[in-house]
Write a protein that binds this ligand. Structure first.
Ligand code: SAM
Ligand code: SF4
Length: 324
């Protein structure tokens, strides 16, 4: 559906858990967070009800996120059932890749359309210090198995200023040799993200162009989001940039979010939303739920305010709790 300022909202990110097997510096504290109790998390039945309703409002694409979505029991079955919902054209996932190796084949069999693996560095020491876990080999294995299983696979990289440099060369090697797009995502000042310095995408593009000359914007369609892609001559895949901080793309925002505890979030940056869980658990009809969601989408915030010090209702939770 079209929101109050004319944006076509067709994409829903669903966080299925607030648990994670990594502890990325900018997302989660070392000691973990106080996890939601089991009954606070939406059941698959509740998620499916919401998706059936939003599909009638024009949602066509679903991204499964978390926490780490692959730690939620039964996730493959959820994907299969989401794919069966009339109107849903695409179900994709963002994962840290740790469990992907052993699940890729089944995920592909369930109809998952693509997977974005979050990987900020290919250097083991840096990986261990960013994620506070020693899992780089598992993630690489996960990416390999994902490609082998026929899943369209991309890497999402959030470069941190203090760890930048050699990593860029290694990431570009992947783009050169494999059919795997690498997207650079600017660190957002949300939760622990506020404690680290982002690397601007302009800087990364500049470094790549210093090496390879002026790059051409990719003519191929790569996805549903705000990423801007470039091709490098002779490379098998493309490089993408998601510049939420330096190049605000709110006027084209097509997405809404559902947190693991059932809050419909209309913008990543604000803590406001609509608590759908109590409505579902008090027996709201699908027609009534549709009206509630329709109204919320109509009132979707016009833009984030990452670059303002004095905005109201700012999201204070960490990304692991809201899904990224
Ligand atoms: N665990 C999964 C993963 O890592 O892909 C899914 C959840 S994670 C919160 C989703 C995405 O948010 C990841 O790509 C992660 O790098 C990104 N992310 C987390 N905190 C961020 C921040 N402060 N700024 C930008 N991206 C962030
Ligand atoms: Fe976990 Fe993903 Fe957050 Fe890293 S970015 S701590 S993998 S939820």
């Amino acid at each position: 559906m079209v929101d109050g300022i004319g944006r076509n909202i067709d994409y829903l990110r669903i966080s299925v858990t607030d648990r994670c097997n990594l502890r990325c510096l900018y997302c989660m504290p070392e000691a973990g967070i106080e996890n939601l109790e089991h009954e606070e998390i939406l059941t698959f039945k509740e998620i499916l009800t919401i998706v059936k309703v939003v599909s009638q409002l024009g949602i066509r694409k679903i991204k499964i996120t978390g926490g780490e979505p692959l730690v939620r029991k039964g996730i493959i079955n959820l994907i299969r059932r989401l794919k069966d919902i009339e109107g849903i054209e695409e179900v994709t996932m963002t994962s840290n890749g740790v469990l992907l190796g052993d699940m890729a084949q089944e995920l592909a069999g369930a109809g998952l359309d693509s997977v974005n693996v979050s990987l900020d560095t290919l250097n083991k020491t840096s990986f261990n210090s960013i994620t506070r876990r020693d899992c780089l080999d598992k993630v690489i294995y996960g990416i390999k198995k994902s490609v082998e299983a026929g899943l369209k696979t991309k890497i999402n990289c959030v470069p941190l200023a203090q760890l930048h440099g050699e990593d860029l060369k290694n990431m570009l090697k992947i783009v050169k040799e494999y059919p795997i797009d690498v997207r650079f995502i600017e660190l957002m000042p949300i939760g622990f993200g506020k404690s680290y310095s982002p690397v601007s995408n302009e800087q990364i593009l500049g470094e790549i162009e210093n090496e390879y000359g002026r790059l051409q914007r990719s003519k191929t369609k790569h996805g549903n989001g705000p990423a801007v892609y470039y091709d490098i001559p002779g490379f098998r895949a493309s490089v993408g940039f998601i510049s939420a901080v330096t190049d605000e793309f709110c006027e084209n925002c097509n997405r809404i979010r559902l947190t693991a505890d059932g809050n419909l979030k209309l913008c990543l940056h604000y803590n406001k939303g609509v608590a759908l869980k109590p409505l579902l658990r008090s027996g709201i009809s699908r027609e009534q739920l549709k009206i509630v969601i329709e109204k919320a989408i109509h009132n979707k915030p016009v833009c984030h305010s990452f670059n303002s010090d004095c905005a109201d209702n700012i999201e204070l939770r960490n990304m692991v709790q809201i899904g990224g």
